[in-house]
Design a protein around this ligand. Sequence first.
Ligand SMILES: Nc1ncnc2c1ncn2[C@@H]1O[C@H](COP(=O)(O)OP(=O)(O)O)[C@@H](O)[C@H]1O
Ligand SMILES: [Mg+2]
Length: 210
Amino acid sequence: MIGHDIRNPLQAITSELYIARQSIAETPIKELAGLALESINLIEEQTDYISKIVSDLQDYARPLKPELEEVDITKVIASIFQTVKVPDSIKLVIDLKGFPKIETDLTLIRRALSNLVINAIQAMPEGGTLTINAEKTGRQAIFKIEDTGKGIPEEVKNRLFTPLVTTKAKGQGLGLSVVKRIVEALGGTIMFESKSGKGTKFTIRLPLKE
Ligand SMILES: Nc1ncnc2c1ncn2[C@@H]1O[C@H](COP(=O)(O)OP(=O)(O)O)[C@@H](O)[C@H]1O
Ligand SMILES: [Mg+2]
C-alpha cells in the first residue's frame, strides 16, 4: 500500500535528522550549529506535515475498525496540543466539566478532534478564541470545538465533508471527510454551525454504552 511506501522513507529521514541534530550539538562552531539546527527544525516540521497527509489518506482509504478501550479524554486533548501548536494570538479555553473516562477508540477520537482543532486554528489567522467542550449527558458524549474565526465559506457549506473539498491554498480537503468517517464508525453524528466573520462550532455526539 502506498502509505507504507511513503512512511518508510519518512521514518528514515526522521531518524537521520535525529542523528544530524546530535552531531551538530557537538560541533564547536556555534554560529553554524544555530543555522543548521534551524534547517533541521524546518525539515522536521515539513516531514510532520507529509506524515499527517499520509495518515489522512490512509484513514480515508481503509475501512475503519474501532477498537474500544477506556479512554481519558483529558489526556487525549492534552496530547493533541503536544503536536498542534497554538499561536500566541489564540486564546485556548478547555472546559471538560469533570468528563469521565469513556469507552471509545483512542486513536480515532484523537485524530477526529485534532483535525477539528487544526481547522479552527487555521480559521483564525488574526487570532481569536478556541473553545473545547466535552460533556456527558445520559448515554451520550458531546464534544464541541468552537472558534471565533472567519466562518465556513458559503460555497463549501454543503460539500464540507466531501473529500478534496478545500478553500485553502495548501489544503488537502481530507480533514473533515476523515472526521465524519471516524464519527460514523463510532456510531455518532457531527454537525456544525457557522457565521461568516463570527466563527464556527462543530459538535460531535457519540453514543455510549451503559
Ligand atoms: N473551523 C473552520 N472555520 C472555517 N472554515 C472551515 C473550518 N473548518 C473547515 N472549514 C472549511 O472547510 C474546508 C475543508 O476542511 P478540511 O476537510 O479540513 O480540509 P482542509 O483543511 O485541508 O482545507 C476548509 O478548506 C475550509 O474552507
Ligand atoms: Mg483541515
